[in-house]
Design a protein around this ligand. Structure first.
Ligand SMILES: Cc1cc2nc3c(=O)[nH]c(=O)nc-3n(C[C@H](O)[C@H](O)[C@H](O)COP(=O)(O)OP(=O)(O)OC[C@H]3O[C@@H](n4cnc5c(N)ncnc54)[C@H](O)[C@@H]3O)c2cc1C
Length: 337
């Protein structure tokens, strides 16, 4: 290995792979970085996501401290983009959100972001009546979203402008990458096969995209109901969370259930044109895997298994993966053999 200009491969062109590729270029300016992926842009799970910044309270890394750092680092990363002239091109937009429940006040709270976002408060009686549904409990918080339909091409263009090389290929084993000094594995659900990782489980999701440019807030309700404003006036309505389901086809019963719940909350949505319906398999893993490993003599850093929170937490986990990669290249890491 040339110590000054290591050869690095990043596998995966979803939001985790492209963010990691951009950050490793920034950290190791002389490295030659190749990004290898089977699928790009609209074909990735990242492009199915609404991309809102709201972690589930069970989202977790190896320790509570690591989880919190991922969330905090991610928020500050997105804020930097949001404040910059790049925000529109990068597909990042800020807005506020309501979360309501009929059963339980605690589900409207979120210990991972309450001390982070500028506003997180309980709603008053009037706000409970803002939308249909006879809600008993609610909270209001500031958030943002990243639309991968714009964000992935934006990242890819930056990566290429810095000399990054993109290869469209499927990696069947790490052995085929032995010419690289280090590999960053950002394969999302693909890691199930590449790493024989039985802890990775598909959590099927389905969403309906509708044209609703008037929507300025996000709304959450019980049973995975959500209405999220989006880029170019296209909002995302959801959803479902089906554990261990591999079904990538749109299910008409899921569509009917999503629309019924969302229309009850916001009857105005009945007039919104349906633009498309998407299905994706969230790469669910407890904990998300960000760790180094020696695979047959090859230095590998894994960064996958973000479940339903991979868009919002891509930056924080990518920063962690890049730090591990730099240490591994220097020979300072405690990688598992
Ligand atoms: C309906 C739905 C709604 C969601 N909403 C949100 C949300 O609001 N907020 C949020 O933060 N997250 C959300 N998510 C979750 C989010 O989409 C995922 O966590 C995230 O996209 C994971 O990103 P990734 O880059 O790891 O995976 P992917 O986007 O799946 O990318 C994986 C990449 O790896 C490549 N790859 C895999 N295996 C191989 C291989 N062997 N060789 C070569 N290439 C390979 C693929 O081709 C692809 O390029 C949602 C998901 C769904 C399904």
């Amino acid at each position: 290995m040339n110590k000054d200009s290591p050869k690095i491969a990043v596998i995966g062109a979803g939001i985790v792979g492209l963010t990691t590729a951009k950050l490793i270029q920034e950290e190791l300016k002389k490295a030659s970085v190749t990004l290898i992926a089977e699928k790009f842009h609209q074909e990735t799970t990242s492009c199915v996501a609404a991309g809102i910044f709201r972690p589930g309270t069970s989202f977790r890394g190896a320790t509570p401290e690591i989880t919190k750092k991922w969330v905090n680092d991610s928020w500050h990363y997105w804020q930097e983009i949001l404040k910059s002239s790049d925000a529109v091109d990068a597909g990042v937009m800020g807005f506020d959100s309501y979360i309501f429940s009929k059963d339980n006040y605690s589900v409207t709270r979120n210990h991972l972001i309450e001390d982070l976002v500028p506003t997180y408060r309980s709603v008053d009686e009037d706000e409970l009546k803002l939308v249909g549904g006879n809600w008993k409990y609610g909270s209001y918080f500031s958030t943002l979203k990243t639309g991968c339909e714009k964000h992935l091409p934006w990242l890819e263009q930056i990566f290429k402008s810095r000399g990054g090389v993109i290869v469209n290929d499927k990696v069947d084993s790490f052995t085929s990458l032995s010419k690289y000094d280090l590999v960053l594995n950002c394969t999302g659900f693909g890691a199930k096969y590449l790493c024989n990782d039985y802890n990775l489980v598909p959590m099927r999701g389905q969403v309906v995209k509708v044209r609703a440019p008037w929507l300025k807030f996000a709304f959450y309700g019980d049973y995975d109901t959500y209405i999220i404003p989006g880029l170019d006036g296209v909002a995302t309505l959801g959803g479902v969370r089906q554990y261990d389901s591999y079904n990538l086809a749109v299910c008409k019963h899921d569509t009917a259930a999503i629309l019924e719940r969302c229309y009850e909350m916001l009857p105005g949505l009945k007039k919104a044109e349906i633009v498309e319906q998407r299905v994706g398999l969230r790469p669910h893993r407890m904990p998300v895997r960000v760790e180094p490993e020696m695979v047959g003599g090859l230095k590998v850093v894994h960064c996958y298994g973000h479940g339903g929170y991979g868009v919002m937490c891509a930056p924080g986990t990518a920063m962690n993966a890049v730090e591990l990669a730099v240490n591994l290249l220097k020979g300072n890491s405690r990688a598992h053999y």
